[in-house]
Design a binder for this molecule. Structure first.
Ligand code: PLP
Length: 390
């Protein structure tokens, strides 16, 4: 069976003589065991609501198919999934290497929290590749990769990082949210753990927060399970069910996100207001050759650096947008555009662009309407620049 087919059947009920198409939403705190033997048996599987019910197991099964994982566990958000994965592998006195292009709240957790508990985060250039070995110390225990970076879109050489990490027994954790697991499988390239904010593409409808942690082997899976257990992580069955529902159409949605993003990126690249487009499929985006080698496609998230633009003109641009919403997160059916500040989220490398950076998420609207929306916004920008009312 191909992955697409497996994802349609993963986690589905099979009880006789009849059953609904979808797994039931099993909400629970207490789970009852009819006999003492059942209690002993059940303790090893579904024992208490916080450890998940059959609804959670169904979603975990589907994500394991997508990520080619030994096991997947859920977390209440993408951020907590990355945090639980980091906490699974480090202790006081350890060093943890983290890409400089990492999602900013992940950076802040490492900088503000791990440090307080004696774990030392060291940030590295996203395109460091095998050069990462130069940053290793006898205390390096884990490497956090996010590829491509979700503000600046550099793709990382995961096989080179994995090869270096193997030499010192450090665990490699990958935030795989950008590819949705559709266009990239870090575990097949040797990573130990692949994390996703299911909040984005897997859910696909901007109405819930869930994270997933997929492990390549039993040892990593045990560490992840205990990390989530000790953190008291809990995901509602309703949210797990929403993500599973989203996953059934993931492979239909992603090519539209991909094609629309490519068309928009190309169109934006020709605009006089644009200095640079940040998209892994472009040769000018660092890591492009690695992306071409390791990824089978691209998602809907990309960036654009504008030529220096007065604030009033930028305001006019955003206020003129009708189809692109201004809001955090991404991966839903609706297009988004926000102003981001990569410079504020870096420490190992400099972001040298003069103009503002915008991040786009291409949704499922007709691309012609999206282009017209941007045309209108650029017109408003030009009027504001000329000092005229919009
Ligand atoms: C790359 C990446 N990882 C993780 C997260 C965190 O996900 P959540 O919002 O579900 O906590 C985000 C959210 O924007 C993200 O962009």
């Amino acid at each position: 069976m191909k992955t697409r087919t497996k994802l349609i059947s993963a986690g589905r009920p099979h009880a006789r003589p009849s059953h609904p198409v979808n797994p039931p939403v099993e909400r629970a705190s207490t789970v009852l065991f009819p006999t003492y033997d059942d209690f002993l048996e059940g303790k090893r599987r579904i024992a208490y609501g916080r450890l998940g019910t059959s609804t959670h197991r169904a979603l975990e099964e589907a994500i394991s198919v997508l990520e080619h994982a030994f096991e997947t566990r859920l977390a209440p958000s993408g951020l907590q999934a990355v945090i639980a994965a980091m906490l699974a592998f480090v202790e006081a006195g350890d060093d943890i290497l983290i890409t400089d292009g990492v999602y900013d709240p992940t950076r802040k957790f490492a900088d503000r929290f791990l440090r307080r508990f004696g774990v030392n985060p060291i940030f590295y250039d996203p395109v460091i590749g095998e050069g990462i070995a130069d940053l290793f110390t006898p205390r390096t225990k884990a490497i956090v990769v996010e590829s491509p970076s979700s503000l600046t879109f550099e793709t990382q050489d995961l096989p080179a990082i994995v090869a270096a990490a193997r030499g010192i027994g450090a665990r490699v954790i990958v935030d795989n949210t950008w590819s949705a697991g559709v266009y990239f499988q870090p575990l097949t390239l040797g990573a130990d753990v692949s994390v996703q904010a299911c909040t984005k593409y897997l859910c696909g409808h901007s109405d819930c927060l869930v994270g997933s942690i997929s492990s390549a082997d039993e040892k990593s899976a045990q560490a992840i399970f205990h990390s989530l257990l000790q953190l008291g992580a809990n995901v509602s069955a309703d949210d797990a069910s929403l993500v599973l529902r989203g996953m059934r159409t993931l492979h239909v949605r992603m090519p539209t996100h991909e094609q629309t993003a490519l068309k928009l990126a190309k169109w934006l690249g020709k605009r006089p207001e644009v200095a640079r487009v940040l998209h892994p499929s472009l040769k000018s985006t660092p890591g492009h050759a690695v992306w071409k080698r390791d990824f089978s496609g691209s998602s809907g998230l990309f960036g654009v650096v504008l030529k220096p633009t007065p604030v009033a003109a930028l305001k006019a641009f955003f206020n003129a947008l009708r189809h692109f919403g201004m809001g955090f997160s991404w991966g839903g059916y609706e297009s988004l555009c926000i102003h981001v500040d990569p410079d504020a989220n870096r420490s190992a490398t400099d972001w040298k662009e003069d103009g503002p950076t915008l991040r786009f998420h291409a949704g499922l609207e007709d691309v012609e309407d999206l282009v017209m929306d941007l045309e209108r916004a650029f017109e408003a920008m030009a009027l504001a620049r000329a000092g005229r009312d919009v």
